[in-house]
Design a protein around this ligand. Structure first.
Ligand SMILES: *[C@@H]1O[C@H](CO)[C@@H](O)[C@H](O)[C@H]1NC(C)=O
Ligand SMILES: *[C@@H]1O[C@H](CO)[C@@H](O)[C@H](O)[C@H]1NC(C)=O
Ligand SMILES: *[C@@H]1O[C@H](CO)[C@@H](O)[C@H](O)[C@H]1NC(C)=O
Ligand SMILES: *[C@@H]1O[C@H](CO)[C@@H](O)[C@H](O)[C@H]1NC(C)=O
Length: 430
């Protein structure tokens, strides 16, 4: 059954040459700050991606709900691609939406308050829209059902792809982002090829059915950073042909788990000197190199940078190095890391091996691994040295978006300090 499905989806055109680009009304590249580095950017449209995940459900918008970022809050000239999470699901062979918020109104809000808002670079070099809105599907159960049903029903992926394309054309959105964590988790021998078949079907539909749509529709995948998951989830280099880019989830390398109850970095850039064997693979550098070695073109690799962190509860307050015994822990955000740093006993430690900080409240059990302005800047520099397609920020909500807690002791309040530092670093010429 699988081989039948796979045979149908022969790639019809080379990805880079597909899609009809409009001629840009702006011939003046100076308008586009990202065009400054067009000699650096390896992407064909001349712009590096700055993909941002908007994770707070629109059900909470317009209610001044604490902790929820709305489209109007996103600073000008920062993100150029917005991934809308928690909007859509899949039912049968179609996209479906929840009724607990009026998604059409919310969509108009994103388009009006973010995409069409004044921006200094409306078009890319190739005439494509400089600000893109992608919609993310990410319910693992629903995705699993989709590909399992497709094993028995050969036309299902095709119908799904047509439905997605129609939805994108109708709403004016730019593409589909798939955040399936993870294909192959349950039945690798089936889900792995079926996931590839899904991507192939989407690519075929997006590319061949363009008119009367004159714009390109994009496909991105939020992909794993660890060897085990990569190998059971994805088929490379084929997958690299179908996607426009991959959002590398270069984080969650360490977090509290009962079977490894020790402190560690959520997203270390480099391996520590004393790490060997599989432990030396738990870092951003290893994952990036592995994807490139696996055949993903560098311009299709987008480096994920977390604004969130991992908290740990130390067993003994006085033992607070990397690898210290922990009792528990969880997810946390930059704001919470700053609260510790602001406290009288807050200590920041920069790990020069891993190129990321951690913080603890001296004399207590509170310990947090996080990224700050220094480490996100290093990661951007790294992505540019490797000439990757850009960076992804996960997520807007976890940054200090109100600009209060992390600005303590500074002259000016700064909203979204991590996002702003990432963008500033992207714009530097070198
Ligand atoms: C956009 O910004 C520019 C420069 O700040 C300004 O001159 C222009 O009027 C703005 N346009 C809109 C539609 O707000
Ligand atoms: C890894 O390092 C530890 C101690 O640092 C050592 O005992 C072990 O033999 C090393 N393993 C390998 C595979 O090199
Ligand atoms: C994250 O940040 C918000 C403030 O925006 C705060 O209220 C919340 O408690 C923080 N921590 C976690 C774990 O979400
Ligand atoms: C932590 O607290 C102990 C005991 O008060 C003190 O001796 C030590 O210097 C503190 N460490 C830091 C890094 O502040």
């Amino acid at each position: 059954m699988q081989s039948v499905v796979l045979c149908v989806v022969v790639l019809k055109c080379v990805v880079a040459s597909c899609g009809a680009a409009k001629v840009s009304p702006f011939t003046d590249d100076a308008r586009n700050p990202f065009a400054l580095k067009s000699s650096h950017s390896s992407r064909s449209d001349g712009s590096d991606l700055i993909v941002c995940y908007l994770t707070g459900s629109p059900a909470f918008w317009n209610k001044n709900a604490a902790g929820v970022v709305e489209p109007k809050d996103i600073p000008d000239d920062t993100c150029n691609t917005l991934n809308l999470m928690n909007w859509l699901g899949i039912r049968g062979d179609r996209l479906s939406w929840s009724n607990d918020f009026n998604w059409q109104v919310s969509l108009k809000q994103v388009i009006h308050e973010w995409r069409d808002r004044n921006t200094s670079w409306p078009y890319n070099k190739d005439g494509s829209r400089a600000k893109r809105i992608m919609v993310t599907i990410g319910d693992a159960g629903q995705l699993r059902n989709l590909v399992r049903s497709a094993e028995l029903d050969q036309g299902l992926l095709r119908r799904f792809a047509v439905n997605v394309r129609t939805f994108l054309a109708w709403t004016g959105l730019d593409g589909l982002d798939i955040d399936w964590e993870y294909p192959g988790w349950h039945r690798p021998w089936q889900e792995r090829p079926m996931f590839l078949a899904l991507l192939a079907e989407l690519r075929k539909e997006f590319d061949t059915a363009l008119p009367p749509l004159s714009r390109r529709l994009y496909i991105s995948v939020a992909a794993a950073a660890s060897r085990g998951i990569m190998e059971s989830a994805y088929i490379m280099p084929d997958m690299g042909k179908y996607v426009d880019w991959i959002n590398l989830m270069a984080y969650d390398y360490h977090g509290f788990v009962w079977y490894m109850p020790f402190t560690g970095h959520n997203a270390p850039l480099e391996a520590a000197k004393n790490e060997n064997g599989t432990f030396s693979e738990l870092n951003v550098h290893w994952s990036v190199q592995r994807w490139l070695d696996w055949g993903l073109p560098k311009e299709k690799l987008v480096l994920g940078i977390p604004t969130y962190g991992r908290s740990f509860r130390l067993v003994r307050p006085e033992v607070h190095d990397i690898g210290s015994p922990a009792l528990g822990g969880g997810w946390t955000n930059f704001t919470d890391a700053c609260s510790i740093l602001n406290s009288a006993d807050g200590v920041r430690v920069w790990d020069s091996d891993s190129q990321v900080p951690y913080t603890y409240r001296n004399g207590t059990r509170d310990w947090i691994s996080y990224d700050d302005e220094e480490s996100v800047a290093k990661k951007v520099q790294f992505s540019r040295e490797f000439q990757l397609g850009g960076v992804m920020v996960f997520s807007l909500d976890a940054d200090d978006h109100e600009g209060v807690v992390c600005s303590v002791g500074r002259k000016n309040k700064k909203k979204f300090p991590l996002l702003r530092r990432i963008v500033a670093e992207m714009r530097k010429t070198f």
